[in-house]
Write a protein that binds this ligand. Structure first.
Ligand code: ZN
Length: 346
């Protein structure tokens, strides 16, 4: 995997609500995913606020996110589950990630990023937390965000109403520490080379510049604790760390094509909605066609570019007779085409 290819992570959001107030609507969920994508792709509207000193290290992580369109049972989905619960402050308990205890079981964490949106503490004093991505995920792996901090809010928790609690927690999920390190002090770093040493966290919206440990502080980094309106970058070093976690621990998370980010895709909606599953496969592939008709053709090639199959599009395709390995399946419709990587296993 070259270090700068675009990778897309499928998300499932589990909304766990007591009263309707906590049942965050689809529109706010979508707005939140849009903000997450902007921040990770450095397409956020406030990049101009990054100080000149840090502009060179500000990164487009080339990681983006989309709501899953195929669920673990190979059915189509919006990538959102909704569960009513009678457990108060469920985010503080070990129940939120367990259906049998009033929460919602995670979807396979090696295939999806799970985000639970629920009440963490009644007084709203905890905005969110993350359980870091691992090769062997714990049941709770993923991100929990209090419903009052999820999405772009126009009133209420204004300091953290910009949707950046999720940006910050996604950084933690992908292995990032806080910008000042795991503890306060100048001897403790965050392990990232291009983020300056910093004594402690910042809160609110400090005026620039601020100094500690002999250098200017990057308090506008997404991994500090400043207000949403006052943070605006990840660095190249943080990008590298996050991508390494992703490629090392989650090889099946980004390769499987369970959805496409609608904000950056140039494909027609029909092609965007076309998906292959299961992937990896032992031989039989299903294709979700959406509105596509069957009078298109597909080609399957190996990585050397050799054409192995050229046939009519169908809802089911067998590649059982291919040796295990990586293949490319391309569908062409008019002037657009979409190519899938398929992993054939034994
Ligand atoms: Zn944090």
């Amino acid at each position: 995997m070259d270090n700068d290819s675009l990778v897309t992570i499928p998300i499932v959001i589990h909304v766990i609500f007591g009263d309707e107030d906590q049942n965050v609507d689809d529109e706010r969920l979508l707005g939140q995913i849009r903000r997450l994508n902007e921040d990770f792709r450095r397409l956020n509207p406030d990049t101009a606020l990054t100080p000149a000193l840090f502009k060179d290290v500000a990164a487009d992580t080339k990681v983006e996110f989309c709501l899953a369109e195929i669920d673990p049972w190979s059915e189509s989905t919006k990538g959102i589950t909704r569960t009513q619960t009678f457990v108060n402050e469920i985010g503080l308990t070990q129940r939120y990630w367990q259906s049998a205890l009033g929460g919602q079981d995670a979807w396979d964490q090696n295939r999806y990023l799970n985000i639970w949106v629920c009440e963490i503490v009644e007084d709203g004093s905890i905005a969110g937390f993350a359980e870091a991505a691992k090769m062997e995920p714990a049941g709770a792996e993923g991100i929990v965000i209090d419903y009052r901090y999820f999405g772009i809010l126009t009133s209420g928790m204004s300091s953290f109403g910009g949707g950046r609690t999720l940006t910050h927690e996604t950084g933690h999920w992908l292995g990032l520490s806080h910008i000042w390190g795991v503890e306060t002090g100048c001897a403790i770093d965050d392990g990232i080379e291009d983020t300056p040493l910093q004594l402690d966290r910042y809160r609110g919206c400090p005026t620039y510049p601020q100094q500690s440990c002999g250098s200017e502080d990057m308090f506008m980094n997404f991994m500090d604790l400043t207000d949403d309106a006052c943070m605006n970058l990840f660095t190249e070093g943080q990008k590298e760390r996050m991508r390494r976690v992703l490629f090392t621990f989650k090889p099946n998370l980004w390769i499987q094509d369970l959805c496409e980010n609608p904000t950056t895709s140039s494909l027609s909606p029909d092609l965007q909605r076309m998906h292959l599953f299961p992937n990896p496969t032992r031989g039989h592939l299903r294709i979700s066609l959406g509105n596509l008709t069957l009078n298109h053709r597909i080609q399957i090639r190996n990585l050397q570019g050799q054409m192995l199959s050229y046939r009519q599009l169908d809802e089911g395709i067998s590649i059982s007779d291919f040796p295990p390995g990586l293949y490319l399946l391309t569908l062409e419709t008019g002037d657009q085409s979409k190519t899938f990587k398929i992993i054939k296993t034994d």
